[in-house]
Design a protein around this ligand. Sequence first.
Ligand SMILES: Cc1cc2nc3c(=O)[nH]c(=O)nc-3n(C[C@H](O)[C@H](O)[C@H](O)COP(=O)(O)OP(=O)(O)OC[C@H]3O[C@@H](n4cnc5c(N)ncnc54)[C@H](O)[C@@H]3O)c2cc1C
Length: 310
Amino acid sequence: MGKYDLIVIGGGPAGLTASIYASRAGLKTLVLEQTISGGQMRLTGIIENYPGFPEVTGAELSDAMYRQAQRQGAEIASASARSLRKDGDGFAIEASSGSHQAGAVISASGTYHRNLACRGAEEYVGRGVSFCALCDAGFVRNDTVAAVGGGNSALEEADYLARFASKVYVIHRRDEFRADKALQARALANPKLEFLLSSEVEAIEGSDIVERILVRNKKTGEVTPFAVGGVFMFVGSAPNTDYLPPEVDTAEGGWIKTDARLQTSVPGIFAAGDVRDTDLRQIATATADGARAGVNAARFLEGSVWKGLS
Ligand SMILES: Cc1cc2nc3c(=O)[nH]c(=O)nc-3n(C[C@H](O)[C@H](O)[C@H](O)COP(=O)(O)OP(=O)(O)OC[C@H]3O[C@@H](n4cnc5c(N)ncnc54)[C@H](O)[C@@H]3O)c2cc1C
């Protein structure tokens, strides 16, 4: 049983930043990370929009944040949080590494983007398969790309991609889009977008990077290859919150609701980064959230009855 002032669930940019601020505030801090520190940031080849780093790889930035968190005294464990509940004046967390107690908790467990189940989809993540037009559109300048999905984010992001790419195939498995009418009208008016409806991506192929997709027309069964330099997946995303107690309020889709101090509906549980109900999910916003949640967790503990580590 480990007893900590603060446990941070997730070692992406939000969680690592929270642990830096909390450790510097003197809190004994544990970060639980179920895979590898850096989170989705680590999946990114080149990052060009994190201030101060005109061009940095996701792995470099992840390693730097990890080292900085350790240097400030945070303990980072390779473990998955399975449940979280109120326990006396603090919280009990069951993790793959065992049972832990903490006076405050920060949920920074990010999201998972749904990917297609087709051949090549997982293999090419970070090498042409992307989930973020804002992040990766610059890499497909003057290239032909595919955007997969039929909701608001698919059409919004396809429109954004068209500012960079020479052509965007919008591939949707149904006859009609689910997106708002205004977005549909804007997309239909965009001469760079070509719509492949009732169609599914059957395979993503290439060498080191994506070079082509095979698209099946669901009505005729015909499979056609299209040369593309990138495939952007907008087939849904969801927060990693399986471990959260039901008392924590969430918005539609399960995104965690917080107040301005990033505290959830349960005092002592904070949320930071992509897991939150928020309008922008980026590294810069995740680190900003982490800083605020780390500091506010320390302020919460100052005023709480948590008996700390005695
Ligand atoms: C391919 C790709 C490219 C991107 N490119 C850019 C870019 O260029 N610029 C930019 O600003 N943003 C980019 N983003 C978005 C950016 O990576 C995210 O906004 C950011 O990483 C969110 O940080 P986070 O800490 O909130 O969540 P995450 O980075 O998702 O980290 C959450 C961590 O929590 C861990 N976790 C989840 N559940 C548990 C659990 N139960 N127990 C323990 N650990 C758990 C996960 O393993 C993960 O490591 C990109 C995203 C992707 C997918």
